[in-house]
Design a protein around this ligand. Structure first.
Ligand SMILES: Cc1ncc(COP(=O)(O)O)c(C=O)c1O
Length: 402
């Protein structure tokens, strides 16, 4: 659907949206009507270099031809079945994901938050069944982000932000510790801790990669105390950080992971993947979801992962990430450049990151901010050096104007 097909202008669409949608912020003042790899087109024809990829979703590029073809074909065969019958795209994708991630079993969900809910449910039931009725506590990291549903927003260790404020009481049984601080995690664990849950790179919290020492320490702590180690790879997963999953970069295998965003190639698809041992906790009747394994979403995911593997986009993410971060380091007013692969954070010293974002947008580059000092960039993993050069040049100009 395009505005002009309905006799509407770009401004009409913005006004309709502002009138009828909940005002939860976030809007770029553009109406994206076309996407092609690393380029997005506004309804008024202006082109943008896409360095946010629908928040780390369009990893294989906007409207990737193989993904579009898979969606078209599947939509013409069967669109939705529910979980009752088996379906081919779900089976094919489940096998592919398990083989590529090294987990035994998977359950598909619609989003990252929902996948985290499933992982939290699994950990609680595992703890209670193995150790007793009070053994359901989970320790997560301060400044982490795990989503907006109740379990996920409670797991999100940001009590003073709009994510949690006003929605209390939270889900009981969560404790928070300092990210990258093993002693803090040790101290937060009790005799009733069932699991530790972290992101390998805190993305929404400002792009902070975990240290190898920290994740290895968490693994050891969990093994010593019979706790599960859970990684939220909703943003870091599927080649974004230079390996198929970020845990592979660290050489630390968790007991379960969640994924979403890039998994569906642009359609809403999440999942929780786990070991056989963990899977026993989510036994028949204990979990479900009407849209789980939706054939169209799974067909899109199967094509998207195929693209990532065929084109070795993990290697491109590693190479382009290093190249781009090198360029960012040469920009003025940079306090720190941090990240892993193409999950990149640019922290500025005394320049307003939101103003830089706006100036960059005016010059044709789309980026996001995680605070008033940090610009977060998660472009499609298909980007080239030329795209990085252009983005860095626009940012240099934007910083000087902000
Ligand atoms: C690490 C992480 N976990 C969970 C979520 C929530 O995913 P969703 O918005 O699909 O519910 C996000 C979203 O940004 C995320 O970055």
């Amino acid at each position: 659907m395009k505005a002009k097909d309905y006799g509407l202008t770009k401004q009409d669409i913005i006004e309709m949206s502002d009138t009828y949608l909940l005002d939860i912020g976030y809007h770029f003042p553009i109406v994206v009507e076309e996407g092609e790899d690393v380029i997005l087109r506004d309804a008024d024809g202006k082109e943008y270099l896409d360095f946010y990829a629908g928040i780390a979703v369009n990893s294989v590029g906007n409207c990737n031809k193989k993904v579009v073809e898979a969606i078209r074909e599947q939509a013409g065969q069967v669109m939705h079945t529910s979980l009752y019958p088996y379906n081919t795209p779900q089976a094919m994708l489940a096998k592919l994901v398990c083989e590529q991630t090294g987990f035994d079993r998977i359950f598909f969900q619609n989003s990252g938050s929902e996948s985290n809910e499933a992982m939290i449910k699994m950990a609680r039931k595992y703890g209670v069944e193995h150790f007793g009725p009070d053994h359901y506590e989970i320790v997560t990291a301060k400044k982490g982000f795990h989503g907006r549903t109740f379990g996920a927003l409670t797991a999100t260790g940001q009590p003073d932000t709009a994510i949690q404020k006003g929605f209390f009481p939270n889900l009981p049984g969560f404790h928070y510790a300092e990210f990258n601080n093993l002693e803090s995690f040790e101290a937060a664990c009790t005799d009733n801790t069932a699991a530790i849950m972290v992101e390998p790179v805190q993305a929404e919290g400002g792009v902070y990669p975990a240290t190898e020492e920290f994740l290895k320490g968490l693994r050891k702590l969990c093994d010593e105390r019979g706790m599960l180690l859970l990684f939220d790879e909703v943003q870091t997963g599927w080649c974004r950080c230079g390996e198929t999953m970020a845990y592979m970069h660290y050489g630390v295998k968790p007991d379960a992971i969640t994924m979403a965003k890039a998994l569906g190639g642009g359609l809403p698809l999440g999942a929780v993947a786990m070991t056989e041992e963990c899977a026993k906790a989510l036994n028949p009747g204990s979990h479900g979801c009407t849209f789980s394994g939706n054939p169209v979403c799974c067909a899109a995911g199967y094509a998207a992962i195929g693209e990532m593997l065929d084109r070795n986009l993990a290697a491109n993410a590693k190479e382009m990430g290093a190249y781009f971060m090198g360029q960012l380091n040469a920009l003025p007013h940079v306090k720190e450049v941090r990240g892993l692969g193409l999950l990149v954070g640019l922290e500025l010293d005394n320049v307003d990151a939101v103003q830089v974002k706006i100036k960059a947008m005016e010059a044709g580059l789309l980026v996001t901010t995680t605070s008033d000092r940090v610009i977060r960039m998660v472009p499609p993993l298909t980007i080239t050096r030329e795209h990085c050069d252009r983005a860095a040049a626009i940012l240099r100009e934007a910083i000087s104007k902000a």
